[in-house]
Design a protein around this ligand. Structure first.
Ligand SMILES: Cc1cc2nc3c(=O)[nH]c(=O)nc-3n(C[C@H](O)[C@H](O)[C@H](O)COP(=O)(O)OP(=O)(O)OC[C@H]3O[C@@H](n4cnc5c(N)ncnc54)[C@H](O)[C@@H]3O)c2cc1C
Length: 297
């Protein structure tokens, strides 16, 4: 099925042996056996039923901005919701219903156009709404989880379920949406704020990130989570003198030690080897075991 009949069954785009390099912000990784962009919920449901029946492995990709795909690729089906049916935004007073395929920059700028703010903390995060909910994306000034009223998901049987606020748990770069299925849409609370004010707040966040992070280079954002107490992951790595440590074309950023950048032709093996070296050195020097924030596919 993975190689033949899906194209007849699904209305949306289906491609085989899809290079995932093109689909991640690190521009690294092998191919997916199958890449599907369902055209609507019915399409997605059919796809999930096939995946279940054939016991195929499944991964959802947003912008791939928190993912390191191995050089061997992914042998299952990748689902991507960045198609018009999953990219709608509906504003209602101080709330927005955002579909999973909307990019965060679009969500923020469209909210500003409606004189609504509250998402400025997410400026510069290049993900989709689906990826942001899954990861509880955010920074020092806030994260998306506390603003969420409900999330609609399609479970692996193809049923649509609404998870209300009381059933949702968000913590540091985690949510209990993991393993619940495909995130379809969410309602987010916003605040009344004049567009010009929002724009100036966004500019400030972006300027600060530009000074401290390698925003013009290929990366997946922070590689490690910050430990619950003590110095940040970046500080620990920097104190070990690891800035600019390089394996192949993978390098610990000189701007921010918790970013690994792809200088051009880095492989997943290069990044993984650099991660090992960092974890080992930080553990030997500080006794801290750094935990990955990025996800390995
Ligand atoms: C330059 C740069 C800066 C960054 N800065 C930050 C930052 O400040 N704060 C921060 O938190 N993160 C940051 N990140 C990391 C990343 O952008 C966020 O984690 C983002 O939320 C990931 O969204 P995505 O759409 O790219 O998800 P992906 O990386 O594609 O996926 C992330 C996870 O979400 C799952 N997923 C995605 N969509 C769905 C869906 N519809 N249904 C079910 N599961 C889904 C995937 O399977 C995966 O498990 C940064 C990344 C880069 C490259």
């Amino acid at each position: 099925m993975i190689n033949s009949e899906l194209k007849n069954l699904i209305k949306g785009k289906v491609s085989y042996d899809e290079p995932l390099k093109r689909r991640t912000s690190l521009r690294i990784g092998g191919s997916a056996a199958c890449w599907v962009e369902p055209s609507d919920k019915e399409d997605l449901k059919k796809l999930l039923q096939v995946i279940k029946k054939e016991a195929l492995s499944l991964k959802v990709f947003g912008k791939g901005s928190n993912l390191l795909v191995k050089d061997s690729g992914f042998s299952g089906v990748v689902i991507n919701l960045e198609t018009p049916h999953f990219q709608k935004l509906v504003f209602k007073e101080k709330r927005v219903v955002a579909e999973a395929g909307v990019s965060l920059p679009t969500l923020i700028s469209e909210s500003a156009r409606h004189d609504l703010g509250g998402l400025e903390f997410a400026a510069g995060i290049p993900g989709t709404v689906g990826g942001a909910l899954m990861m509880n994306a955010g920074g020092k000034d806030g994260s998306i989880g506390p603003l969420v009223n409900w999330v609609e998901v399609m479970n692996l049987e193809g049923d649509t379920i609404r998870l209300e606020r009381d059933n949702l748990e968000f913590s540091y770069r985690r949510s209990n949406l993991m393993g619940r299925g495909i995130i379809l849409e969410t309602e987010i609370r916003l605040q009344k704020r004049e567009a010009l004010k929002t724009l100036s707040m966004l500019k400030e966040v972006i300027l600060e990130k530009g000074m401290t992070q390698p925003i013009s280079q290929l990366s997946a954002g922070s590689i490690f989570k910050n430990p619950p107490t003590g110095p940040s992951a970046g500080e620990l790595i920097e104190q070990c003198g690891l800035k600019e440590l390089r394996v192949g074309d993978a390098e610990v950023s000189y701007r921010h030690a918790n970013f690994i950048v792809n200088l051009g032709t880095a492989t997943a093996a290069d990044i993984l080897s650099l991660i090992d070296k960092i974890q080992l050195t930080v553990f030997q020097k500080h006794g801290v075991k750094l935990e990955l924030e990025i996800e390995i596919v």
